[in-house]
Design a protein around this ligand. Sequence first.
Ligand SMILES: Cc1ncc(COP(=O)(O)O)c(C=O)c1O
Length: 355
Amino acid sequence: MHKKLFIPGPTEVRKDILDAQAEPMIGHRMKAFTELYTGIIGKLKELLQTQNFVTVPTASGTALMEAAIRNCVSKDVLCCTYGAFSERWLKIAKACDRTANAIALDWGKVVKPEMIEEKLKAKKYEAVTVVQNETSTGTRAPIEEIAEVMKKYPETLLLVDTVSSLMGDKIEIDKLGIDVCLASSQKCFALPPGLAVGIISEKALKKAEIVSGKGHYLNFLDIKDYFEKKGQTPTTPAISLMWAMSKQLDKMKAEGMENRYKRHTEMATYVQDWAKKNFALFTEPGYESVTVTCINNTRKISVADLNTELGKRGYAISNGYGKLKEQTFRIAHMGDLTLDEIRELIDNIDEILKL
Ligand SMILES: Cc1ncc(COP(=O)(O)O)c(C=O)c1O
């Protein structure tokens, strides 16, 4: 039996979108691919209301985290860490031989604009990394306030991971001045894994011109050059996934992005109200994610047993991430899920736990 996914990625993919992958294969140097790919880029720009350069590499989101460092940082980067994925960016920067300093906070807390400002006053950084939606802790960073502070330091690029929020939480990329914004297909896009989405500012592209050690596969300048000359990708893309993405973007347009964001907020409110009544939230109050809720296991239930019981009924939720296993559990409300589906899941949890 298929278990409906209430986990923070991969998310549930609707049947018509899965079926869209079965289009006959085309060559990635054919006109048909140029039409498919330039169509996708155009739709993304429209839905995200961005004038920045947009690219869809065949990779998972982590590849673009690494690419953001490799293309935009020669030496000094400031990484804000408060969970598994924000810590991953610090690890990546170090693995790329960059000099990375951290604003290291406990998991569940979140970086504040004044913390970043204090660091930027003390030292010149080429870039700051922020995970806007920390999936391991269900935390939303105050990206709007952070962006305001960053405007005072125009030489420092703002690199933002929106892997588990883009298309579910409204992020005004151009208005905020985000230099690299990145996401993965298997989260709020409600697509299978395998594609990443990168939205890259003029400023980031200019910086890439003077940074060495950009690597080959995700060299932003080569990718842009290839797109501008041919409307294609430099290497062979996951064409089947792109058919699915193209269709899914049409469906998002039909839903309307404001409606999509509202649906996510409604689902988040429902789950968070339930969690506060029956458990507690793990996340610092006021910084709750709108796409995933991380619940403090105050009743000391066995999360593994709960998930086994839910599995028998056709649902899957997530245990806590890494060191938070059993201490917390996570319910994702992202992608194409509806409030009715969330209600159904919560009713089943109530029945199993006799709440
Ligand atoms: C916030 C965040 N960043 C990065 C990643 C890594 O993305 P991917 O698995 O697509 O490489 C994830 C995956 O869950 C995530 O939630």
